[in-house]
Design a protein. Structure first.
Length: 135
């Protein structure tokens, strides 16, 4: 068969890759001893997300815009400040939006509102700082 055309056919196969949304929090510091003299101590943590996310911080003993270290029914008021890598302050119980797609660094610092007085009841006063990431 001189001059015969070869027959052809084709097919397309679509290729897809689904990457699920993912966020992780890395906090190397598990405990902080708050000084009694009112000076601050701090801890760093990072949030790594591959999508937009919101960050909310809170404490176990947060009430009416105040934070407390608690021992039984005794309380010592604290200042807790969280700042992102740009220096933006995030108030306790506020939610802040971030774009993700990077490793975002944060620093939390805490101090007693004033030096602990000599008449403050002795004991181990506690609170828990909490970080919630929603994505």
């Amino acid at each position: 068969c001189a001059g015969a055309q070869a027959a052809t056919t084709n097919a397309n196969i679509e290729l897809t890759l689904t990457i699920p949304k993912l966020c992780t929090i890395n906090s190397p510091t598990k405990s902080l001893a708050v000084p009694t003299n009112g000076s601050a101590v701090s801890a760093n943590f990072t949030v790594t997300c591959n999508t937009n996310y919101s960050l909310n911080t809170s404490t176990a003993n947060y009430t009416s815009k105040a934070n407390y270290l608690v021992f039984g029914d005794k309380k010592v008021e604290t200042n807790i400040v969280t700042k992102d890598k740009a220096g933006k302050q995030i108030a306790v119980a506020d939610t802040t939006q971030y774009n993700g797609g990077s490793v975002d660094s944060f620093t939390m610092s805490v101090n007693t509102k004033q030096a602990v007085s000599a008449i403050q009841t002795a004991g181990i006063y506690k609170d828990t700082y909490k970080v919630l990431v929603t994505y």
